[in-house]
Ligand binder design. Sequence first.
Ligand code: CUA
Length: 311
Amino acid sequence: MSERSTLGQFDSQTTLIPAGAGADSTLVLTLAMTAAATVIFLGVMGLVWLAWRRERPGHVWWLWTGGFALPVIALTALVVGSTFTLASIGKVERDALVIEVTGYQYWWDVVYDPDGRALRDANEIVLPVDTPVTFRLKSDDVIHSFWVPSISGKMDMIPGRINELTVRATRTGRFRGQCAEFCGLSHPLMAFEVEVVEREAFDAFAERLAGEARDADTLQLARGRNVFLEEGCAACHAIRGVAEGARVGPDLTRIGARAALGAGMWRMNVGNLAGWIADVQDMKPGANMPSYNHLSGPDLRAVAHYLASLK
Ligand code: CUA
Protein backbone atom coordinates (compact mmCIF):
# COMPACT_ATOMS: atom_id res chain seq x y z
CA MET A 1 0.00 0.00 0.00
CA SER A 2 2.94 2.35 0.51
CA GLU A 3 3.30 2.60 -3.26
CA ARG A 4 -0.27 3.75 -3.56
CA SER A 5 -0.69 7.23 -4.93
CA THR A 6 1.19 10.33 -4.94
CA LEU A 7 -0.82 12.39 -2.58
CA GLY A 8 0.28 11.95 0.97
CA GLN A 9 -0.35 15.55 1.99
CA PHE A 10 -2.91 16.22 4.66
CA ASP A 11 -4.90 18.71 2.60
CA SER A 12 -5.01 16.57 -0.51
CA GLN A 13 -8.62 15.44 -0.14
CA THR A 14 -10.54 17.27 2.54
CA THR A 15 -13.49 19.62 2.80
CA LEU A 16 -11.99 21.25 5.91
CA ILE A 17 -9.17 23.16 4.19
CA PRO A 18 -10.93 24.72 1.20
CA ALA A 19 -9.03 25.76 -1.94
CA GLY A 20 -12.01 26.88 -4.01
CA ALA A 21 -14.96 29.27 -3.83
CA GLY A 22 -17.55 26.45 -3.72
CA ALA A 23 -15.68 24.55 -1.00
CA ASP A 24 -15.41 27.79 1.04
CA SER A 25 -19.14 28.42 1.18
CA THR A 26 -19.87 24.72 1.76
CA LEU A 27 -17.58 24.75 4.80
CA VAL A 28 -19.27 27.90 6.19
CA LEU A 29 -22.67 26.23 5.74
CA THR A 30 -21.44 23.04 7.43
CA LEU A 31 -20.12 24.98 10.42
CA ALA A 32 -23.35 27.02 10.67
CA MET A 33 -25.46 23.84 10.58
CA THR A 34 -23.27 22.18 13.20
CA ALA A 35 -23.55 25.25 15.46
CA ALA A 36 -27.34 25.41 15.03
CA ALA A 37 -27.68 21.69 15.73
CA THR A 38 -25.58 22.11 18.87
CA VAL A 39 -27.82 24.93 20.17
CA ILE A 40 -30.98 22.89 19.47
CA PHE A 41 -29.46 19.84 21.14
CA LEU A 42 -28.56 21.81 24.26
CA GLY A 43 -32.05 23.40 24.35
CA VAL A 44 -33.79 20.03 24.10
CA MET A 45 -31.51 18.56 26.76
CA GLY A 46 -32.42 21.52 28.98
CA LEU A 47 -36.12 20.72 28.61
CA VAL A 48 -35.44 17.05 29.35
CA TRP A 49 -33.59 18.14 32.45
CA LEU A 50 -36.56 20.29 33.57
CA ALA A 51 -38.95 17.39 33.03
CA TRP A 52 -36.59 15.08 34.89
CA ARG A 53 -36.62 17.40 37.88
CA ARG A 54 -40.45 17.42 37.66
CA GLU A 55 -40.49 21.15 38.02
CA ARG A 56 -43.85 22.10 36.71
CA PRO A 57 -43.33 25.27 34.69
CA GLY A 58 -46.93 26.34 35.29
CA HIS A 59 -47.42 27.56 31.73
CA VAL A 60 -46.82 25.91 28.40
CA TRP A 61 -44.50 28.70 27.24
CA TRP A 62 -41.54 26.30 27.13
CA LEU A 63 -43.54 23.97 24.89
CA TRP A 64 -44.21 26.79 22.44
CA THR A 65 -40.65 28.02 22.61
CA GLY A 66 -38.82 24.71 22.44
CA GLY A 67 -41.32 22.77 20.36
CA PHE A 68 -42.33 25.43 17.85
CA ALA A 69 -40.59 28.82 17.81
CA LEU A 70 -37.01 27.58 18.10
CA PRO A 71 -37.26 24.87 15.42
CA VAL A 72 -39.13 27.19 13.01
CA ILE A 73 -36.50 29.92 13.39
CA ALA A 74 -33.55 27.52 13.16
CA LEU A 75 -34.91 25.49 10.23
CA THR A 76 -35.93 28.61 8.29
CA ALA A 77 -32.45 30.06 8.72
CA LEU A 78 -30.86 26.79 7.55
CA VAL A 79 -33.17 26.46 4.50
CA VAL A 80 -32.48 30.06 3.44
CA GLY A 81 -28.74 29.67 4.04
CA SER A 82 -28.39 26.37 2.17
CA THR A 83 -30.58 27.52 -0.74
CA PHE A 84 -28.45 30.64 -1.29
CA THR A 85 -25.23 28.67 -0.90
CA LEU A 86 -26.36 26.05 -3.44
CA ALA A 87 -27.44 28.76 -5.88
CA SER A 88 -24.10 30.56 -5.59
CA ILE A 89 -22.13 27.32 -6.09
CA GLY A 90 -24.06 26.30 -9.18
CA LYS A 91 -23.98 29.73 -10.81
CA VAL A 92 -22.80 29.57 -14.41
CA GLU A 93 -20.30 32.27 -15.34
CA ARG A 94 -19.82 33.59 -18.83
CA ASP A 95 -16.24 33.50 -20.20
CA ALA A 96 -15.49 30.55 -17.96
CA LEU A 97 -12.95 28.10 -19.27
CA VAL A 98 -14.82 24.93 -20.30
CA ILE A 99 -13.47 21.47 -19.52
CA GLU A 100 -15.47 18.41 -20.53
CA VAL A 101 -15.00 15.39 -18.29
CA THR A 102 -16.55 12.03 -19.18
CA GLY A 103 -16.70 9.24 -16.61
CA TYR A 104 -15.96 5.65 -17.60
CA GLN A 105 -15.56 2.52 -15.49
CA TYR A 106 -13.03 3.41 -13.95
CA TRP A 107 -11.28 6.45 -15.38
CA TRP A 108 -11.84 10.02 -16.58
CA ASP A 109 -11.63 11.40 -20.11
CA VAL A 110 -10.70 15.10 -20.01
CA VAL A 111 -11.12 17.56 -22.90
CA TYR A 112 -10.04 21.18 -22.52
CA ASP A 113 -11.93 23.74 -24.65
CA PRO A 114 -14.25 21.10 -26.17
CA ASP A 115 -15.90 23.63 -28.52
CA GLY A 116 -12.57 24.97 -29.75
CA ARG A 117 -9.20 23.26 -29.78
CA ALA A 118 -10.51 20.15 -28.00
CA LEU A 119 -7.25 19.19 -26.24
CA ARG A 120 -7.60 15.67 -24.87
CA ASP A 121 -6.03 14.19 -21.76
CA ALA A 122 -7.08 11.75 -19.03
CA ASN A 123 -7.13 11.14 -15.26
CA GLU A 124 -5.48 14.44 -14.35
CA ILE A 125 -6.85 17.97 -14.59
CA VAL A 126 -4.81 21.17 -14.65
CA LEU A 127 -6.62 24.36 -13.64
CA PRO A 128 -5.56 28.01 -13.71
CA VAL A 129 -5.87 29.66 -10.29
CA ASP A 130 -8.52 32.37 -9.67
CA THR A 131 -10.28 31.61 -12.95
CA PRO A 132 -13.87 30.43 -13.31
CA VAL A 133 -13.92 26.97 -14.89
CA THR A 134 -17.08 25.21 -16.00
CA PHE A 135 -16.89 21.43 -15.94
CA ARG A 136 -19.23 19.85 -18.46
CA LEU A 137 -19.84 16.46 -16.90
CA LYS A 138 -20.96 13.38 -18.80
CA SER A 139 -20.88 9.61 -18.54
CA ASP A 140 -20.61 6.98 -21.21
CA ASP A 141 -21.65 3.96 -19.14
CA VAL A 142 -23.11 4.19 -15.62
CA ILE A 143 -23.64 7.01 -13.12
CA HIS A 144 -20.45 8.45 -11.66
CA SER A 145 -19.99 11.53 -9.50
CA PHE A 146 -17.30 14.17 -9.93
CA TRP A 147 -15.90 15.45 -6.65
CA VAL A 148 -12.82 17.45 -5.71
CA PRO A 149 -13.57 18.06 -2.01
CA SER A 150 -11.00 20.84 -1.56
CA ILE A 151 -12.35 22.85 -4.48
CA SER A 152 -16.10 22.37 -4.77
CA GLY A 153 -19.15 20.26 -4.07
CA LYS A 154 -19.88 17.12 -6.02
CA MET A 155 -21.92 16.70 -9.20
CA ASP A 156 -23.34 13.52 -10.71
CA MET A 157 -22.31 12.33 -14.17
CA ILE A 158 -25.36 10.74 -15.76
CA PRO A 159 -25.47 8.85 -19.08
CA GLY A 160 -27.36 10.84 -21.72
CA ARG A 161 -27.17 14.10 -19.76
CA ILE A 162 -24.77 16.99 -19.44
CA ASN A 163 -24.42 18.48 -15.94
CA GLU A 164 -22.45 21.67 -15.46
CA LEU A 165 -20.42 22.63 -12.41
CA THR A 166 -18.60 25.95 -12.23
CA VAL A 167 -15.67 26.20 -9.84
CA ARG A 168 -12.97 28.72 -9.03
CA ALA A 169 -9.80 27.44 -7.38
CA THR A 170 -8.43 30.02 -4.96
CA ARG A 171 -4.88 28.74 -4.39
CA THR A 172 -2.29 26.70 -6.23
CA GLY A 173 -1.45 23.15 -5.23
CA ARG A 174 -2.29 19.51 -5.88
CA PHE A 175 -5.67 18.22 -4.86
CA ARG A 176 -7.31 14.87 -5.14
CA GLY A 177 -10.64 14.12 -6.76
CA GLN A 178 -12.68 10.97 -6.31
CA CYS A 179 -15.68 9.34 -7.92
CA ALA A 180 -18.43 9.77 -5.34
CA GLU A 181 -21.12 7.44 -6.72
CA PHE A 182 -20.85 3.68 -6.56
CA CYS A 183 -20.20 2.60 -10.14
CA GLY A 184 -18.88 -0.95 -9.92
CA LEU A 185 -16.12 -3.14 -8.54
CA SER A 186 -13.33 -0.57 -8.78
CA HIS A 187 -15.38 2.50 -7.80
CA PRO A 188 -13.04 3.27 -4.88
CA LEU A 189 -10.08 3.08 -7.29
CA MET A 190 -11.58 5.77 -9.56
CA ALA A 191 -9.72 8.89 -8.44
CA PHE A 192 -7.90 11.69 -10.23
CA GLU A 193 -5.58 14.55 -9.51
CA VAL A 194 -6.15 18.25 -9.91
CA GLU A 195 -3.19 20.56 -10.20
CA VAL A 196 -3.95 24.25 -9.74
CA VAL A 197 -1.28 26.47 -11.32
CA GLU A 198 -0.70 30.12 -12.27
CA ARG A 199 -2.25 31.27 -15.54
CA GLU A 200 1.06 31.31 -17.48
CA ALA A 201 1.82 27.74 -16.41
CA PHE A 202 -1.65 26.70 -17.51
CA ASP A 203 -1.17 28.27 -20.95
CA ALA A 204 2.18 26.49 -21.29
CA PHE A 205 0.50 23.21 -20.31
CA ALA A 206 -2.21 23.73 -22.96
CA GLU A 207 0.48 24.33 -25.59
CA ARG A 208 2.23 21.08 -24.62
CA LEU A 209 -1.10 19.29 -24.78
CA ALA A 210 -1.69 20.57 -28.31
CA GLY A 211 1.54 18.90 -29.50
CA GLU A 212 2.23 15.33 -30.53
CA ALA A 213 3.89 12.60 -28.51
CA ARG A 214 7.63 12.63 -28.05
CA ASP A 215 9.55 10.65 -30.65
CA ALA A 216 10.89 7.24 -29.69
CA ASP A 217 14.55 8.17 -30.04
CA THR A 218 16.37 5.11 -28.69
CA LEU A 219 16.27 1.47 -29.75
CA GLN A 220 14.46 0.43 -26.60
CA LEU A 221 11.80 3.13 -26.94
CA ALA A 222 11.30 2.22 -30.61
CA ARG A 223 10.89 -1.41 -29.59
CA GLY A 224 8.34 -0.31 -26.98
CA ARG A 225 6.39 1.67 -29.57
CA ASN A 226 6.34 -1.37 -31.86
CA VAL A 227 5.06 -3.59 -29.06
CA PHE A 228 2.33 -0.99 -28.40
CA LEU A 229 1.25 -1.10 -32.05
CA GLU A 230 1.67 -4.85 -32.64
CA GLU A 231 -0.16 -5.89 -29.48
CA GLY A 232 -3.19 -3.88 -30.55
CA CYS A 233 -3.00 -1.34 -27.71
CA ALA A 234 -3.97 1.32 -30.25
CA ALA A 235 -7.41 -0.26 -30.63
CA CYS A 236 -8.32 1.34 -27.30
CA HIS A 237 -5.66 3.97 -26.53
CA ALA A 238 -4.66 6.99 -28.62
CA ILE A 239 -1.19 8.54 -28.71
CA ARG A 240 -1.16 11.72 -30.79
CA GLY A 241 1.19 11.43 -33.74
CA VAL A 242 1.51 7.65 -33.30
CA ALA A 243 -1.99 6.16 -33.19
CA GLU A 244 -4.99 8.45 -33.14
CA GLY A 245 -8.71 8.20 -32.73
CA ALA A 246 -9.26 5.38 -30.22
CA ARG A 247 -11.46 6.39 -27.27
CA VAL A 248 -12.12 3.16 -25.41
CA GLY A 249 -9.33 3.75 -22.88
CA PRO A 250 -7.46 6.82 -21.61
CA ASP A 251 -5.43 8.92 -24.06
CA LEU A 252 -1.75 8.12 -23.44
CA THR A 253 -0.05 11.03 -25.24
CA ARG A 254 1.41 12.44 -22.01
CA ILE A 255 0.93 9.50 -19.65
CA GLY A 256 4.55 9.70 -18.45
CA ALA A 257 3.99 13.27 -17.25
CA ARG A 258 1.09 12.33 -14.99
CA ALA A 259 1.77 12.00 -11.29
CA ALA A 260 -0.36 8.89 -10.96
CA LEU A 261 -1.24 5.75 -12.86
CA GLY A 262 -4.62 4.02 -12.98
CA ALA A 263 -6.81 7.10 -12.29
CA GLY A 264 -5.07 8.57 -9.27
CA MET A 265 -4.14 5.24 -7.69
CA TRP A 266 -0.47 4.39 -8.22
CA ARG A 267 2.76 6.31 -8.47
CA MET A 268 3.75 6.80 -12.11
CA ASN A 269 6.95 4.88 -12.83
CA VAL A 270 8.24 2.18 -15.17
CA GLY A 271 7.76 -0.59 -12.61
CA ASN A 272 4.09 0.23 -11.97
CA LEU A 273 3.46 0.66 -15.71
CA ALA A 274 4.92 -2.79 -16.44
CA GLY A 275 2.96 -4.33 -13.56
CA TRP A 276 -0.21 -2.63 -14.81
CA ILE A 277 0.15 -3.94 -18.36
CA ALA A 278 0.99 -7.48 -17.22
CA ASP A 279 -1.67 -7.75 -14.52
CA VAL A 280 -4.13 -4.86 -14.67
CA GLN A 281 -6.92 -7.05 -13.31
CA ASP A 282 -4.99 -7.32 -10.04
CA MET A 283 -4.26 -3.59 -9.81
CA LYS A 284 -7.78 -2.53 -10.83
CA PRO A 285 -10.30 -5.38 -10.66
CA GLY A 286 -13.03 -5.13 -13.27
CA ALA A 287 -11.18 -2.61 -15.46
CA ASN A 288 -12.13 -2.75 -19.12
CA MET A 289 -8.63 -3.93 -20.12
CA PRO A 290 -7.20 -7.45 -20.30
CA SER A 291 -3.99 -8.38 -18.49
CA TYR A 292 -1.17 -8.75 -21.04
CA ASN A 293 0.62 -11.49 -19.15
CA HIS A 294 1.85 -13.22 -22.31
CA LEU A 295 4.42 -10.49 -23.11
CA SER A 296 8.09 -11.39 -22.73
CA GLY A 297 10.07 -9.60 -20.05
CA PRO A 298 12.05 -7.48 -22.54
CA ASP A 299 8.91 -6.55 -24.51
CA LEU A 300 7.07 -5.59 -21.33
CA ARG A 301 10.03 -3.53 -20.15
CA ALA A 302 10.33 -1.81 -23.54
CA VAL A 303 6.66 -0.81 -23.72
CA ALA A 304 6.69 0.39 -20.10
CA HIS A 305 9.79 2.54 -20.79
CA TYR A 306 8.16 3.85 -23.97
CA LEU A 307 4.96 4.91 -22.15
CA ALA A 308 6.98 6.48 -19.31
CA SER A 309 8.84 8.55 -21.93
CA LEU A 310 5.61 10.16 -23.23
CA LYS A 311 5.46 13.58 -21.55
CU1 CUA B 1 -17.14 6.00 -10.99
CU2 CUA B 1 -17.72 5.42 -8.75
